[in-house]
Design a protein around this ligand. Sequence first.
Ligand SMILES: [Cu+2]
Length: 495
Amino acid sequence: MDRRYFLYYSTIAAVYLFTGCEENKSRSSTASTLNKPPIPEENMPKNVVPFAQKLKIPSVANFNQIKKTELIAQKSQVKIFPEKQTDVLTFKGDLPNPTIRINKGDVFDLDFTNKLPDQTIIHWHGVIVPEEMDGHPKDVIDTDHTKHYHYPVNQDAGTFWYHTHPHGRTGKEIYYGLSGFYIIEDEKEKKLNLPKGEFELPLMIQDRRFNAKYQLFYKDEKIPQDNNGVMGDVILVNATPFPYHEVKTGKYRLRILNASSARTYKLAFDNIKQFVLIGTDAGLLEEPLNVNSVILGVAERIDIIVDFKDKEIGDIVTLKTLGLKEASQLVLHPDYPGFEAPMDIMQFRITQKIDDIAILPKKLIPIQRLKAEDAIKTRTITMEMLGDVWTLDKKPYDMQRIDQKVKLGTTEIWELKNTIHMAHPFHIHGVRFQVLDRDGKVEFPTDKGWKDTVVVMPLETVRIIVHFTMPGLFLYHCHILEHEDHAMMANFLVE
Ligand SMILES: [Cu+2]
């Protein structure tokens, strides 16, 4: 049986087994497609040969060497597949978009020009910046207009990212290409002597759908489940489908970002049982943590060390997702692999023996634990479905409404209650936070570090603790892009 049809019918079977909160409407419309594949003929995906292309490495805009740079959101054509042009959106005319690197203490200076037909804006995900620099959707700029971003970077080293954030169109713009890495470095991190140069790789993971003409296609309006989240069967790493990368027998620092629309990954390697988690979204851990796998929701990042020292020339190590069936009982697109599906992501091919004698430090960066007793308030935020619209606290997003007011300089506990049978990565702008506890059964090693996005599993409550240091109006929202574009977003004012 053709793999597409196998996936299709096995997911249909899952619909009938499922007795949770899925709307009757969507269940019957899925069932009505039983006799006919839902994807129109022209959108039938071509076979994509995995591990046929080298991993692309983004260019770097390094504020050590430059004072200022520019990004221009524009339509472009790029070769995601050899000899084929794919229509995409880029910031510099090509994909992957450049990686921004900047030192803590330096000033970020950038002109952003919008050459798209619609209004848009850039958000610096995880970077704590003044309100007018944050890229709130209220600050969108018109076509052919330029916004000047200028702010000091005052936070610890970590792996962040940037993407556009216009309300209602974020999902589509990121899907077509508008995201990149943003790396902050500092002196404390440099002293740790972590792998660098060719031994440090940013990996942006995104699942995508391509049609027979090698063009991306986003939501299928005929499939209501696409509003639950867009999933694809082709995994791009740095805009390269299922790439390979040639490595030596040493330690590599991988900065991994999940910039997908909806997919939560459970990342692991075959042929390497254990790897080392050294950092989470917003900085390094206190000490390296040995792990076998890590769950990574949309917008989350991990900083890991993988050691190929025991490998021989010719060996292959594959980065994959083990699948995470616990993450959703809702049906997403019935024709594409769901959360539960194990999938290969990329290959590391060992091509050279070296003696890597560097030792990973036993201690990384001290983390000051925020204490529950210092919180002046506990707020509960619920993740709800209102009819068939994704919301927070049963209220669809209203750009004019202030949903929460917070006192500058205080600490609060936010209790994130997921009422739906689907995991939601919850993101807060303008802060970094720590996870206090979660009532679920799945263990998250990433809960040990600084976060700006946290996955809340189905029907789970996660308590986070936040210290508010930046005044202004900011957003909190689900980072499944189709959920935030729906209405699963809210404003809070720090004053
Ligand atoms: Cu969500």
